[in-house]
Design a protein around this ligand. Structure first.
Ligand code: MG
Length: 249
């Protein structure tokens, strides 16, 4: 209810926002990461389950899936994106006496991202909303943090069906020194578009990374509320689907 009131009060304000560019986050903002995670977690579960079985450790597949899902959430909250570290933690938890080889760790990370890339599709309103903004004359930008597997995030951006609509795409932490919520990637993105940060509005799903980063850079911010992150970082606007951007822009 609070969210609803906040959005409505902004929508009812006279005139729409005067920004020149709309910048987006990728995962869980433009593409459905829930589907991506389901695909990625199953791939890891299959491969790791097989490895553990070969080592004589019987693991319940459902339990392993829940473990991976919990770990994914926890690591994202801590900004720990390096999947190689995740698998060591996971094995430590489910089979503390088994040691995992570097080779398998790297294979799990590759399988995770490839399965994720295949399964995470755009939300139904992603393309129509981007089209709408493009037709309204906004420049479009994308700033997404590294997957910590060099080149993987760039690959995942390039395969998106909406890539051609963007004037600028940036992988923070690979094509810039710092990741969100540092102001650096946001400032680099604005500069690449030839704009000042205050001419840009940033749309993302993570209050502590996307909204905080946009604020640090002096950009306006929109939170797409996909789930509750229990964060007290407040965005200028809160929406629950991308199509609601048409009320703001
Ligand atoms: Mg995101």
């Amino acid at each position: 209810m609070e969210i609803f009131k906040k959005v409505m009060s902004k929508v009812n304000a006279p005139g729409k926002l005067s920004v020149k560019a709309v910048l987006f986050d990728l995962d869980e903002t433009l593409i459905d990461s829930v589907q991506g995670h389901i695909g990625a977690h199953s791939a890891v579960c299959r491969l790791l389950g097989q490895f553990l079985n070969e080592k004589g450790v019987q693991v319940d597949e459902k339990e392993l899936l829940v473990g991976i899902s919990k770990l994914d959430d926890e690591m994202n909250r801590k900004f720990l994106y390096d999947r190689d570290d995740w698998w060591q933690r996971l094995v430590q938890e489910v089979a503390p006496n088994v040691s995992i080889t570097v080779d398998l760790i790297q294979r799990l990370t590759r399988e995770y991202w490839l399965a994720y890339a295949l399964a995470a599709k755009p939300y139904p309103d992603t393309l129509p909303t981007l089209d709408y903004l493009k037709k309204k004359g906004y420049l479009l930008g994308l700033v997404s943090d590294t997957d910590k597997l060099p080149g993987m995030k760039r690959y995942r951006i390039e395969i998106q069906p909406f890539k051609y609509l963007f004037n600028m795409t940036l992988v923070s932490g690979e094509e810039t020194k710092e990741t969100k919520p540092s102001a650096e990637p946001f400032l680099v993105a604005a500069e690449k578009l030839g704009l000042k940060p205050e001419d840009c509005i940033f749309v993302g799903d993570k209050p502590f990374a996307d909204v905080a980063g946009a604020k640090n850079a002096g950009m306006k911010s929109v939170l797409v509320h996909r789930r509750d992150w229990n964060s007290d970082v407040a965005a200028d606007y809160v929406i629950t689907s991308l199509s609601e951007l048409e009320n703001i822009l």
